[in-house]
Every structure is written in structure tokens, then in C-alpha cells.
Design a binder for this molecule. Structure first.
Ligand code: GRG
Length: 295
């Protein structure tokens, strides 16, 4: 199966699973469930669940269990987008080509929808349907909490807000911030499959190296799209970084330099997979897609 077909297949499976996991049947407070569904069922690329499914497949874990881990991770990702779009943060009106959650509903509902998505992620992960072994479920939940929390994505967002205030242009600082803000969830997406497969240290290290390179390449590509793309193409506002006075990889390397850097990182990501045969081809193609994508 080509990478594009595999990505589409995972996206369809994740949407069907989220539709079921976030069901309105029996919802006690339908408005918040509707807001959660509005944001989580919007058309995203579903890259993170794809990485969970692929690392699980390469390392021999069950596909349905991997989809559940991917759905939990996507709920965390969607919560971060809902909260990031709020007036107190990026104050955005457009996300995935639709009005942001606080515009479609209201601010209080958007805050609660984000909280609900964060919480349901742990309900999904710790449900016995995710893995029969409680020790595996506990490790999945522990690492997801670490990746998402104050020493992961939330910490990265905090540092990013602070760096914006002081207009920092320090490369090491920007890399460290991005490694938490976006990198931590990418790391979890590749490690999640390895945890499910109860893979050994070497496989985990390979997946981590791939994820680190791909995560940074993704962020550089995001900076490039912010200047080169349009709101119609991206489904969200562009030119946001310059508006916010945010230092980007383009400020540091120039546009061509940033493209070269992203491409070199994709090569390094592919290099981390050298001990796997053709079964890792879709991850190899994914690294290329990350730097060449148009949305
Ligand atoms: C609010 C706790 C909290 C954290 C926010 C990830 C994040 C931290 C904010 C998102 C803002 C942003 C644009 C970050 C850049 C990288 C990124 C996460 C882009 C969106 O991810 P995609 O391209 O989106 O995978 P889709 O819509 O395809 O899922």
C-alpha cells in the first residue's frame, strides 16, 4: 500500500473510532460532547495516529489496539488545538477549514471541550480494550501523561509564550521548545506502537530517533507553510508567526536554508530505519511527506 493510501485508511479508521468513542448516545451534557465531536471529527491529517499504527505494525502489535492508542493521542492533539486557538493564546478563528471551537460554540464551552478531550484520552488508554495487560496500559498512560503535560507539550507551549514575549532568536532554545511543544507527541506516537508491541530497547531507540528527526522537520515545514501557503490551502490563518513576533526557523536559516534543514532531517529519520526491511517503507515515505506537504 502506498503511503497516501495508508494515511487515508488510518484517517478513516480513526474517524470511525472517534465517532463511536465520543458518542452522543447517553451524553449527560450534550453541548460539551458536541463541541468535542466538532473539533475531533474535523478533517485533520491524523498523522500521529498513523505513526502509532505504523510503529505497531512494524513491531508486531495488534492493529485495533494501535488505533485505540492513536485515537487517544488524537484527542490530546485536538484538545491542544482547541485551547491554542482561544483568545488567551493564539486567538484564531479558523482551524481545519472551519470556525474554531470557541467561535462555533463559545469560550467556556471550548475550554470544557478541550478538558473533555484531554480526559477522555486517558479513559480510552486505560480501558482493557486497549490492552489486556494492565502493566502495558499503565505504561501507555504514564508516557502519554509525560508527553502531554508540564514537562512535555504543555511545558513547550509555556516556554513558547515566554520566548514570544522576549523575542528570543536562540537556535538551541527554539529547538528545545519545539521538541516539547510538538516533538513530545510525535515521540509518543512512535513509542506508543513500541510499548503495545512490548518491543526491546533497540527498537524503541530507533523509533525515538526517527520521531525526533521527523518532529523537528514537521515544525520547520510548519514555519515554511506559515509564510508560503494560504488560509484556503492550510485551513487555518497564515503569517501568524511574523504577526506574533515569533522567532522561526526561517529567521534563523532563511527560507532555502530551512528547506534544506528539513530535508536533511527527513534523511536522518529515514536513516534511523535502516535495520527494517520494506515493511518500514510507509514510514520512510512519511518522512518525505512531512517536509513536502502542502497543508
Ligand atoms: C494549548 C496545551 C496547549 C498546547 C498547544 C501543539 C500546540 C501546543 C499548539 C498548536 C499550534 C501549532 C500550530 C503548532 C504547530 C504544529 C502543529 C501542532 C500543527 C498542527 O498539527 P497538524 O498539522 O494538524 O498535524 P491537523 O489539523 O492535520 O491534525
Amino acid at each position: 500500500m502506498t503511503f497516501q493510501a495508508a494515511l487515508k485508511k488510518t484517517a478513516d479508521e480513526i474517524e470511525a473510532l472517534l465517532d463511536d468513542l465520543l458518542s452522543l448516545d447517553g451524553a449527560r451534557a450534550p453541548r460539551v460532547t458536541e463541541a468535542m465531536r466538532y473539533s475531533a471529527l474535523a478533517q485533520g491529517k491524523r498523522l500521529r495516529p498513523f505513526f502509532v499504527a505504523e510503529s505497531a505494525r512494524i513491531l508486531g502489535a495488534d492493529h485495533h489496539q494501535a488505533l485505540r492508542v492513536g485515537a487517544a493521542l488524537e484527542c490530546i492533539h485536538c484538545y491542544s488545538l482547541v485551547h491554542d486557538d482561544l483568545p488567551a493564546m493564539d486567538d484564531d478563528d479558523l482551524r481545519r477549514g472551519k470556525p474554531t471551537c470557541h467561535i462555533a460554540f463559545d469560550e467556556a464551552t471550548a475550554i470544557l471541550a478541550g478538558d473533555g478531550l484531554l480526559t477522555v484520552a486517558f479513559e480510552i488508554i486505560t480501558d482493557p480494550a486497549t490492552h489486556s495487560d494492565g502493566v502495558v496500559r499503565a505504561e501507555l498512560a504514564l508516557e502519554l501523561a509525560r508527553a502531554s503535560g508540564h514537562n512535555g507539550m504543555v511545558g513547550g507551549q509555556m516556554l513558547d509564550l515566554a520566548a514570544e514575549e522576549k523575542h528570543s532568536h536562540d537556535l538551541d532554545e527554539i529547538i528545545a521548545i519545539q521538541s516539547l511543544k510538538t516533538g513530545a507527541l510525535f515521540r509518543y506516537s512512535l513509542e506508543g506502537g513500541a510499548i503495545l508491541a512490548q518491543a526491546g530497547a533497540e527498537d524503541r531507540e530507533r523509533m525515538r530517533t526517527y520521531a525526533d528527526r521527523v518532529g523537528l522537520a514537521f515544525q520547520i515545514a510548519d514555519d515554511i507553510l506559515d509564510v508560503e501557503s494560504s488560509p484556503e490551502q492550510l485551513g487555518k490563518a497564515t503569517q501568524k508567526d511574523a504577526e506574533a513576533g515569533k522567532a522561526t526557523f526561517i529567521d534563523l536559516f532563511g527560507l532555502d536554508g530551512a528547506k534544506a534543514r528539513a530535508s536533511a532531517l527527513a534523511d536522518e529519520a529515514v536513516g534511523a530505519l535502516s535495520s527494517y526491511d520494506s515493511k518500514a517503507d510507509s514510514l520512510r515515505e512519511a518522512a518525505r511527506f512531512i517536509v513536502e506537504r502542502k497543508n
